[in-house]
Design a protein around this ligand. Structure first.
Ligand code: CP
Length: 299
């Protein structure tokens, strides 16, 4: 891989190859490039705990040299653009820039540059895509069921603003899963109909193999929300009562951070059917596989 920008750009074979390699890393496989061979920098312009820190753990497990970057203490504060920041990192010898940024498709100008040499791994672009989250979600589903074909997957919540939902709906459909959507209609767009079917949550809960909840993205709503947290939970959330309606074999997923008692009842977050914690752990291994694929592509 030269870059990882969207899941759409990956072939099915590449997706399965990354999942299998991540599983090998989880079981103890090693890839240890030489010291000072590869430099990686994590450039996060939006807040993050899981993506940022799991990339950092993945990089350290691979023995890569991680170049610290904090937008708040960098020359971004003097008005330096994203382009010039990445140009600088590339000039310094950074091989891979992992970037999260609020602008959708921020990476277009970076990959078109003839001067920027480093690979770009997208850690989330606004409401656009979150390919590494999608891959760790796929890994989690694959570990559970061993396939995607015919699985019924519900994606419920703030779909319009969710880059996770957009990446997942595309790839799950392509891999043969049957995708359903639920949540507030105002946060649903007809353009999603090509990937799945919108249905009431109460109908979906007893039918699905995977119940994937999405965070209500308060920061992207400009203060315009027509329901309280309690109303949202009752109408659109996985309440304790709805949780009891799930098939025993069904799993609960959420990319996190979780608004407890909003998208999902507090007690279901760490319940037996929840895979929310394994999703976070898998994030380290899938990111090791991604970094290895990108860096091997450079040598
Ligand atoms: N799931 C996810 O992207 O979490 P962070 O925003 O904490 O990285």
């Amino acid at each position: 891989l030269k870059h990882l920008l969207t899941v759409e750009a990956l072939t099915d074979q590449e997706v399965m190859g990354l999942i299998q390699r991540a599983q090998q890393f989880k079981q103890g496989a090693r890839w240890t490039p030489n010291k000072n061979q590869y430099f990686v920098s994590n450039l996060f312009f939006e807040n993050s705990t899981r993506t940022h820190k799991s990339f950092e753990v993945a990089e350290k497990k691979l023995g890569l040299d991680v170049i610290d970057f904090d937008a708040k203490t960098s020359s971004v504060q003097k008005g330096e653009t994203l382009y010039d920041t990445v140009l600088t990192m590339s000039a310094l010898g950074v091989d891979v820039a992992v970037i999260r940024h609020g602008d959708e498709n921020y990476y277009d100008e970076l990959i078109q540059s003839k001067t920027i040499q480093c690979s770009i791994v997208n850690g989330g672009d606004g409401s656009g895509q979150h390919p590494t989250q999608c891959l760790l979600d796929l890994m989690t589903i694959y570990q559970e069921f061993g396939h995607f074909n015919g699985l019924k997957v519900a994606i419920a919540g703030d779909i319009t603003h969710s880059r996770v939902a957009k990446s997942n709906m595309q790839m799950l459909k392509r891999l043969g899963a049957e995708v359903f959507f639920s949540g507030p209609e105002e946060w649903y767009d007809e353009s999603f109909d090509v990937y799945g079917t919108y249905r009431p949550l109460n109908e979906l809960v007893p039918e699905v193999d995977v119940m994937m909840l999405l965070r209500v993205q308060h920061e992207r709503h400009d203060g315009q929300e027509s329901f309280s947290k309690e109303e949202y939970h009752e109408k659109y959330g996985l309440t304790i009562e709805r949780g009891k309606q799930l098939k025993p074999s069904a799993i609960i997923m959420h990319p996190a951070p979780v608004n407890r008692d909003v998208e999902i009842a507090d007690s279901l977050v760490e319940s037996l059917q929840s895979r929310i914690v394994p999703q976070m752990t898998n994030g380290v291994y899938i990111r090791m596989a991604i970094l290895e694929a990108v860096l091997r592509g450079k040598s």
